[in-house]
Ligand binder design. Structure first.
Ligand SMILES: N[C@@H](CCC(=O)N[C@@H](CS)C(=O)NCC(=O)O)C(=O)O
Length: 80
């Protein structure tokens, strides 16, 4: 499964998801910083449809809302 988290450092909702990722030790989520790379920002808006982070792309399909993202990650543990 391809997992990409669109995020930015200053966002408390992104930090909430990052805290979960760090605490769980999960390593299968690629981090896509929207400030560090403008291409990430463009993809977020064009594919996701909203200028809002955090957003988890699950096999290319966007999921917004930090609590929904954490819930989804918990329900779908890292494989392998
Ligand atoms: N309820 C959302 C809030 C996300 C949110 O407000 N993110 C801010 C950054 S901290 C944002 O992207 N704001 C820009 C916008 O909503 O257009 C969540 O929990 O993920």
């Amino acid at each position: 499964m391809d997992l990409k988290l669109y995020k930015m450092d200053a966002c408390p909702y992104c930090r909430r998801v990052m805290t979960y990722l760090n605490e769980s030790g999960r390593t299968d989520v690629q981090l896509m910083d929207i400030h560090a790379d403008k291409e990430n920002y463009r993809t977020l808006v064009e594919v996701g449809g909203m200028d809002q982070v955090p957003c988890l792309f699950i096999d290319g399909k966007p999921m917004y809302e930090s609590l929904d993202i954490i819930e989804w990650l918990k329900a779908h543990p890292q494989e392998g």
